[in-house]
Structures are given as C-alpha cells and as structure tokens.
Design a protein around this ligand. Structure first.
Ligand code: PMP
Ligand code: GLN
Length: 386
C-alpha cells in the first residue's frame, strides 16, 4: 500500500540547506581545516563557562522572563551607554533572544506585510531574504561594489518606492568585512526619515573592527535609533556561538511589536546562559576592549602568511572574515573551487556567490580567521602552496 503524501507547495522552493552547514559537513567528512562556517576553534572564557555550570547546577533551569533576565538586560543597557553613549531603558528597549537570527526573524515578521518592499545589500547574509519572503515581503537586492563594498546611497534613493518599508544593513559586514562610516549613517538617517522607513541594523560583529576604527552603531544616532532594531550576538563577542544567545535594542514602540512575535516564536532565551553572561559582563568589561586587537592580530597573521600566495586579498576592516580572489589559481566557479579546496587541498571556505541574488561571476571565496594561530598557520601554508 502506498501512503499518499500531503499536498505541499514549499514556501521557500529555491532554498537549500544553508551553505554554512554544507561546508562544515564537507570539511568534517574530508578532515579539512574548517575556515568556512564562522565559529572559533577555541573556547569562551573559562570564568564564563564556570558561571554557566554554576547556574545550571544551582536551579536556574526554568523559563526566564519573556524579555530576558533583568540582570543581563541591565548589563546590556550599561554596555550600550558605555560603547555608544546612549541611555536606554532595560525594561522597554532590550529583548534577549535565542541568537541574533531569531531577533532578525522576529523584527522582520513584526513589521513586513505582504507586498512591502525591503531593501537588502548583496552580498547579503543568508537569513534576511527568506525572512522577508516568509512574511510576504518583496526583497529588493541592491549590490555593494567590490572591492570596497560601500553602499551606493544614490542607488538606494532610486530604489525606494511608496511600498518600501524596511532597510536591512549589516556592519561590520559579513561576508566582506566592510564597515559603515559616519557619512553612511548620515545618509541612512536622511533616507529613513524622508521615506519613513524602519531599519534593521545587524551589528553582531560590533566589537570586531580594526585599524583603530570606531564601530558606527545606529544607536549612536538618536534619530536613527528611534526607528531601528539593532541586533547583537553574544556568540561572536564571547566565543560561544553554540550558546545561541543574542539581543535586540529598539525603542519601546518597536520593542513591543518585536516581543509580540518573539513570544510565539521562541518565547524566551536560555536561562542559565543569560545569568552567566550577566555575571561575566559585570566582572569583565575589559573583554570587549580586547577583542579588536585579538582579531586584528589574527587577520594580520593570516594575511601575512598569504601575502606571497596567488590569492589576492580584499580589505577586511572588521568581522572575522577575509575575502580572497583565486582567479590566478583556477577558472572554476566558486562552488566547484571550494569543493576542490576542501576535498583535495584540505581547507574549507565559503563560496561568495551564495550571498548574491544575481552572482557577479567573480572568483572569490570567504575564509574565516577566528581560529587558533596554529590552525591559521597550517591552513595558510596549504593555501600559499597553490
Ligand atoms: N548576522 C550575521 C551577519 C551573522 O554573521 C550571524 C552569525 N552567524 C548572525 C546574524 C547570527 O547570529 P546568532 O548565531 O547569534 O544567531
Ligand atoms: N554567521 C556564520 C557565518 O557566516 C554562520 C552561522 C550559521 O551557520 N548560521 O559563517
């Protein structure tokens, strides 16, 4: 007897398994050094992990309050004041979420209605476009031009229509490592106000900015902050991507809408993790100040090792990603190149084309340098030999 399947029209028929999972699996299967998916091969701070054990071992294992553990929200508010000079209300403007991904999904879902247009910038992080489409929105993909990957604000102005509702920016930018400058923030503010747009600012790499730069958070700007969901991730900042905990800072009107969705998507984030993070943030504020130097040293080490190679490196001003042009090594499209690199050379990378609605056909891959120095040295030696 054949069992009939249900009628099913996929809501995301063109979407396969995320490239990060595909490449990490390939790296695992072939024993390759994994410079593909962005996660460290070192642990979060020992004190932080000890605090998690403490809370998990001492009865902090039931649901947290909907908005997040108050002690953690207070630490977040203090951090926003210290880093961005902005006083926020921890009760009405901060929501702790199971990762930045969930915050982004809930923010999109909260504001996008069928037919609303949402401006995105390719290369774009992979969770934005599907979230927009699942809400019936229309993603409008603009392009960041290589090698600087700056936003062309005149092109943004031309792309805005009466249906434009939301603009999604990411700085420091995954996968390119570009960052928004103060004049970008001014241009964003001007267009957002003129056209009454809402902004989602994905700032998960806020502390990973190099060469003395300052992270230009939308939270520094009172006008932009009043119409933005600013999204952050503890995973990047404390080297604990697997803890899947992040947060969204937004004015009360937007936070109310975010929580209306969040309460039915996840309801809350992980309780003992939130307590552990609150303790660690209170005890070790210097951790944030050390991050830029920590990652800049890794970028410089990796890049120096590749300097004499046939890869041409693009500038990386932030994040823990490095783009590399491999046109001098191979004519293969990037998906084939990373397969070869992983299976034959032993180093996994991410093909750049996956971040585009219409890939430009460049020969570019993304390497992740949040790895032990020994891992980076080993990988770079293999890459430099090509
Ligand atoms: N946005 C960007 C640009 C990212 O690189 C990541 C990292 N995976 C996320 C959002 C999601 O962060 P989280 O793991 O906290 O959901
Ligand atoms: N943000 C990480 C990256 O860009 C991966 C996160 C994920 O796998 N969803 O590699």
């Amino acid at each position: 007897m054949t069992v009939p399947p249900p009628r099913l029209d996929s809501k995301l028929p063109d979407v396969g398994t995320t490239i990060f999972t595909v490449m990490s699996q390939m790296a695992h299967d072939h024993g390759a050094i994994n410079l593909s998916q962005g996660y460290p091969d070192y642990d979060g701070p020992a004190v932080l992990r000890e605090r998690l054990q403490h809370y998990a071992g001492n009865g902090y294992n039931q649901y947290a309050p909907l908005a997040g553990v108050p002690a953690l929200r207070a630490q977040i508010a203090a951090k926003v004041a210290r880093c961005y000079g902005r006083d926020i209300d921890a009760d009405t403007e901060v929501t702790v979420t199971p990762g930045a991904t969930e915050a982004i999904y809930c923010a999109v879902t909260a504001v996008v209605r069928p037919g609303d247009e949402v401006i995105l910038f390719d290369p774009v992080y992979d969770c934005y476009d599907p979230a927009v489409r699942l809400s019936g929105g229309v993603p409008v993909h603009l392009t960041l031009a290589a090698p600087g990957y700056r936003i062309d604000w005149d092109a943004v102005a031309r792309a805005i229509t009466p249906r434009t509702r939301l603009i999604m920016v990411n700085s420091p930018h995954n996968p390119t490592g570009s960052v928004l400058e103060a004049d970008d923030i001014a241009a964003l503010r001007e267009l957002a106000v003129r056209h009454d747009l809402i902004v989602i600012a994905d700032e998960v790499y806020e502390h990973l900015v190099f060469d003395g730069r300052r992270h230009e958070s939308v939270l520094r700007d009172p006008v932009l902050a009043a119409r933005s969901f600013a999204v952050f991730s503890f995973g990047k900042t404390y080297h604990v991507t697997g803890w899947k905990t992040g947060y969204c800072v937004a004015p009360p009107v937007l936070t109310t809408e975010l929580r209306r969705v969040h309460q039915f998507v996840a309801f809350v984030a992980n309780t003992p993790v939130q307590h552990a993070l609150a303790d660690f943030m209170a005890a070790h504020p210097e951790h944030l100040d050390e991050l830029p130097g920590f990652y800049q040293a890794k970028r410089d080490r990796f890049n120096a090792a590749l300097a004499g190679s046939r890869f041409r490196l693009r500038p990386s001003a932030g994040t823990f990603f490095q783009l590399a042009d491999y046109a001098a090594i191979s004519d293969e499209p990037d998906r084939e190149f990373v397969r070869w690199l992983t299976t034959e050379v032993g180093v996994a990378a991410i093909p750049m084309s996956v971040f585009y609605a219409a890939p430009p056909g460049e020969r570019v891959v993304r390497f992740c340098f949040c790895k032990e120095d020994a891992t980076l040295d080993l990988a770079a030696a293999k890459l430099a030999a090509l």
